[in-house]
Every structure is written in C-alpha cells, then in structure tokens.
Design a binder for this molecule. Sequence first.
Ligand code: PLP
Length: 618
Amino acid sequence: MNRYGIDIWGKQHFDIKDGKIVVNYRSKPAIIDIVKSVRKKDISGPILLRFPHLIQKQISFLYDTFSKVQKEFHYKGSFNAVFPLKVNQYPGFVKNLVKIGKPYNYGLEAGSKPELILAMSYNNIGSPITVNGFKDNEMIVLGFLAAKMGHNITLTIEGINELENIVENAKNFDGVVPNIGLRIRLHSSGIGIWAKSGGINSKFGLTSSELITAIEILKNNNLLPYFKMIHFHIGSQIEDIAPLKKALREAGNIFAELKKMGAKNLTSINLGGGLAVEYSQNEDSFHKNYSLEEYANDVVYLLQDIAKRKNVAEPDIFIESGRYIAASHAVLIAPVLELFSKEYSQKLLRLKEKNPPLVSELYELYKDINKKNALEFLHDSLDHMESLLTLFDLGYIDLEDRSNTEILVNLIIEKAIKLLADKNHKELLSIQDRVQEKYLLNFSLFQSLPDNWGLKQNFPVMPLSKLNETNKRSASLWDITCDSDGEISFDIKNPLFLHDVNLEEEDYFLAFFLVGAYQETMGMRHNLFAHPTEVSIDIDETSFALNNIKESKDILQILDEIGYDKNEVINILKEKIKLALNNKQEIEKTSSMIKIFLQDNGYLKTDIIQPDFFKEDK
Ligand SMILES: *Cc1c(COP(=O)(O)O)cnc(C)c1O
C-alpha cells in the first residue's frame, strides 16, 4: 500500500485507516467524512480545514522539549517564544493560537504596523511582543503606546536611526519605555531557498561597530537599562543544523561582550525563526537533518558553554519559530473535477469499414494486449501514434482516424498500466512519465500554494480515499486558472501516483498538507479566485464539530476589493439588460439570474443548474 510518505511528513498527526486518511486524534475522524459534512452545507470548491489541536500540539511540543532539555542541563535562563505574525495573520488561526498559547505565556512577533496593531489587540497581556523589521517614527510611537497599555514589548532595532527615534520618543512618554532589542548582523548565514536574512550581507542587523555606537547612544541617554535583548534570524526553513550552531556561537559571544560593556539588564538572546518542517514524501529525499530535541540541545548546550567560559549569567532564550508552529494546522482540500483521459472511452471509437492500416493495427494491439506482451505493445502503440499524427499533418488521414488513434492509444495505456501494475521497474516509471494522467483540481495554485509557484516548494499531497486500492496513474495536477504555470507536473524523482476514478460515480479529493505557514496571505487573486472557504475542525472523543465557517468571498466582494464599486457594476449590468430586452418579465428574470452568480464565489461547480434554481432570489 502506498502511504504517500505520511509517516515522514505526517509526524503522527494523520494516519490511514480502512483506505481513508484519518486525523490521528481522539475519535480519529476520516478527513473525507469531514469534507462531506462541510459540502452538505451547500459549499463547493476548495476547502481549507484548520485543526486547532495541531496548533496546541506544536506549541506544547516546543515548550516541553525546551523545558526538558533545560532541566537536563540545569540551565538557569528561561525559555520564551513568540509567534511571528507574518507566517499567518488569519483570524481563524491567530485567535486559536493566542487562546491556546495563554498558559505558556506564548507571545506574538510583529514586523509591520498592521501586525503590531494585531499583536496589541490579541496578545495576552504579560506575554511578550517582539517587533522586528524596518520601523518609522510612527511604528516606534505605536511601540511606546503598547508599553503604556501594559504590554511586555521589545522593539528590536535594525539601524541606528531607529534608536535615535526611540531616544526622542522616550522624552515624551514620562518614563514609559518599551524594552529595547538590538538585531545583530552575523557572519554566519543559513542555507536554502529562504536563507537571505542572515549573513554579513543581509538586509538586516547592526555591525559590530554599530553595536558599540548603539551602546554609547543608550548610555548617553540613560536608556541602557531598557536594553534587554539581542536578536538574530538566519533565515526560514533552516534544513541543516550546522549554520545555526555557528550563529549561536557568534551571538553567544556578542551577548557576553555587550554585558561586559555595561549592558547589565541584557538578559535575552532571541534566535529568530527558522526551525524547519519536513515536507518530503519520499524517504530518499529528507529535507532537514535534525529534530527539535537536537535543536534544543544545541541551543542550550552552546549558550551555557559560552556563558560559563565568559563568566556571564546564562541568557533567557527567546525563539520566533513560525513555520514549525503553523504549517501542520491547515490542510487544503481540492476536489478533482476531471481526468483528461476519460474523454477517451471505447464507446467513442468511430472505426470505419476500411481504416488506415496503422489504425487497424492499433485496434489489434488493444484487443490482444496481455501481461506478457504489455510493454512491447505499449511501445508499438506509442510509435504508431507518432506515425499517425505525422500522417494527419501531411493530409493522409482524416479527423476521425486521428480521433480513433488518440482513443486507442489511451485505452492501450490504461490496459498496459493495469497489466504491469505489480511491476515496479524503471521502464514502467519512464512510461508512466510519458503517459501522465492530468487531474483537473478545483483550486488555484496561485491563491492556495504560492510557494509552489514561486519557489517550487513541494507540499505533501495525497487522495483522501481509496488508499487500499491500486494507484498506478502517474499524475500531473492542474488548477483551474487560465495560466499554464498553474500546474504541478509529474516528477519522476518524486512521482505521484493516483487512482483511476470515474467521477460520474464517485467524488475524488486530493489533500495538500502543511499549508498553514505563509501560503494564505501570500496567496494571490490571479484570475480573481479568492481565499477558499475555511472551517475549523474541533474533535472530541466521539465526533467532530465544524466551527467558524468562513465562505470564500463572492464575486461582488472580490470586485469590490480590487476597487470596483459594487453598485456601479450592478447598475451597468441592469442598464445593459434593459437596453437589450424590452419585456419587463424577461428583464427581471435575466437580472435575477445574474444576481445569483454575483453572490456566489468564482470556483467551479459540478452540479448542473436546475431551472427552478433561478425562480426566486436566493
Ligand atoms: C520570518 C521571521 C521569523 C519566522 O521564521 P520561520 O522560519 O517561519 O520560523 C522569525 N523571526 C523573524 C525576524 C522573521 O523575519
């Protein structure tokens, strides 16, 4: 049975039972049953399922692991964490996160003014807020206001001018000053497609000489007591632990040196994010080379070692892992709309009294193919097809012959793959590469998996059901945008095999996993496809509940968001209908039909529209 690598990327969050994926928690519901109950509510198109218990699981695993390691090492500093909002700012996620994070004192990180406002609103008072990124005077004022509201906030300075802004504002806030952090620029940097945030040429952080200047400015303005934290972030999805260790040594020594320079209240090192997620579906290509335990061991051991050698107190540890916390909580469900080869069925053959000899031969191959000759017949048929297509281009055969060719070759491929199913040799793989089945999925790659489009990031994908049946169709996945980049092609190194399904008889859904980090806000409205319908799934010992259903935006809302005036659109449509039709009843009927579409989302529907659907205003 193909488990689609669920044991590699799934981390026991999910399992397979009776041929279906189940959520491996309490009553262990099958995801397909969850999807069916959502669709019963008249919801079609793609669905984003959120699992709050997976946010809980990741947060508690993070805290428990560090707490265990700190105990083992008798480490005296504390452990603290904040969630970087840029990874997922959606309310369906953030509201759950702050509720779950409360007992841990789990905080939020903000990198822009809107994110800071979110943090000031939703963060639990007392839990830390850290602020990174470039800040103008307004953003710094916001930081002071947050401190005034009682938030435990640290403004991390990216450049000397930000520090000068803090000095100026401190004069106006009667002794209320946020904690100050300094982002340090390290020599070491991460590796991988996201690692542009670290290193000596990185966009962010203070050089050694700027650090010394910063300490002087703080001293001269009596603000040194507010300097509490140094911060670094060497990039996202750090797949190799080595650069992190190097960065830790560098940061640990800078921490000790700054304390020696008089920064008495400097107590914390903030390691930023970067904890990697295992996206691989394939045992031969693991993405990361460490576990959370190893990461925690390295952090605690190295910081303790430096503190001992330099004779300073062991620092409080802060981390800002986003991807690691958020990725697993969301699963995107995309209904399969069509299998392209299904257009080629035997009943569509239009064989003539006298066919071109190669077509007749194709027909013989189709009739006579068996287990022994399957590979040979498959090769022959592909050869014949090449020849027949050339003959068509030269005008020697007609469209009916060409259609018969396409149908017969597809039928032969289907038979051959079934006959060869138990073989798994290289040649079969290369044939499957040539004869991919195209699965059309009701979703937009640009909206829901932008990192696949922009960075070629793979997300684990598998069908929700039929997992105890043979799956030998080499699959390429197409989205419904009118863009040829909206495709996940078959990759012979990382092959995806799906089932042969008859969509007239049964539904078939694919699920993309680990989509909870970065994908939602970065998703774009290419072709005006909106964020999919989202639902939170709360699971107990006996069943599951659908909560916080947010339907995908309707067509009018989407037009409104890109700057059209809804009423103007409606009025123009009405005017045009009036001009074209002169019968009052027809005008009303046509208008109300269009209105129904305006109030629905733009994803595709599979049902045939019934005439009575239009009778009344829905
Ligand atoms: C993006 C970012 C993070 C989060 O990184 P992950 O790889 O998602 O853990 C943390 N801190 C800072 C400063 C960031 O810019």
